[in-house]
Design a protein around this ligand. Structure first.
Ligand SMILES: [Zn+2]
Length: 266
């Protein structure tokens, strides 16, 4: 499943290519047809991401909310919709502006909602490390949500009501970088440890937005990295830890695979 950084990249693409254009929207597959009519031909006035959700705001105060889920996928074309490739497969929505177009396939959610609906969704989402936090209040929200919970930190990081945008890769890598046992209850972690996790999430996810790939090893944060070198623990079970040489493990944990080092994160 795409993690928050890739949704922020999509929000950026919409901002760069579609903002202030009257966007033609239709649903070749049909499932989004009725909703598309509510906003098609209207000017796009904002494009934002919160965690794994994308919000496209139109001039008539309606918003398209999109959650890609596991199978959702975007294709962007730097041509007007008339010159876009012929529709193939199940396209839920096709977007066309004067100089760009895009196809959306297989999202879990693609719907038009009003401002009240937007507020309802935002209310249940935790702070997003990729959204500017000049006052530091978002960081404190994260710290207090975790501190007030018995849930293991490995579960809290995946809970979109606690922190938005983290998925399995960033969860595994952030906990390894912090030397934290994923099963430690949130309430047992110090404010410093939690603030450290938040700060590291901000740093790694900003790199993710910039590079388009999740990079988590400091020596590789800026360069080109082979996929097999990219991570500390994610999908490296059975291989030696890069720090202590102990064999890394994977476990089923709350229906997801959890990768960690039994020594560095004991
Ligand atoms: Zn280790």
């Amino acid at each position: 499943m795409p993690e928050g950084h890739s949704i922020h990249r999509i929000a950026n693409t919409f901002r760069n290519e579609f903002l202030n254009s009257k966007v033609k929207i239709f649903s070749p597959q049909g499932r989004f047809e009725a909703d598309a009519k509510l906003v098609s031909g209207r000017k796009l006035v904002a494009s934002t991401a919160v965690g794994k959700q994308l919000f496209l705001d139109f001039e008539n105060e309606l918003t398209i909310r999109i959650h890609l889920g596991i199978y959702g996928k975007w294709n962007f074309y730097k041509v007007p919709v008339a010159k876009a490739p012929e529709v193939w497969g199940q396209v839920r929505a096709r977007f066309g502006a004067t100089s760009a177009s895009a196809d959306l396939r297989g999202p879990t959610v693609c719907e038009v909602i009003d401002q009240q609906g937007v507020q309802l969704v935002l209310k249940r989402l935790g702070p997003d490390p990729l959204n500017p936090d000049p006052t530091g209040s978002e960081a404190l929200k994260f710290v207090s949500k975790v501190k007030n919970s018995k849930a293991p930190i490995g579960a809290a990081l995946m809970n979109q009501a606690v922190i938005s945008g983290i998925g399995n890769v960033y969860r595994a890598e952030l906990l390894f970088r912090a030397g934290l046992n994923p099963k430690t209850p949130g309430e047992r972690l110090s404010e410093e440890q939690l603030m450290g996790l938040w700060t590291d999430a901000v740093k790694l996810m900003q790199i993710g937005v910039k590079k388009g790939v999740m990079l988590t090893r400091d020596e590789y944060l800026t360069g080109r990295v082979l996929v097999q070198d990219r991570y500390f623990v994610y999908k490296r079970e059975g291989l030696p830890c890069r720090v202590c040489n102990k064999v890394l493990v994977v476990e089923e944990f709350l229906a997801r695979r959890l990768y960690f080092c039994p020594k560095c994160q004991s």
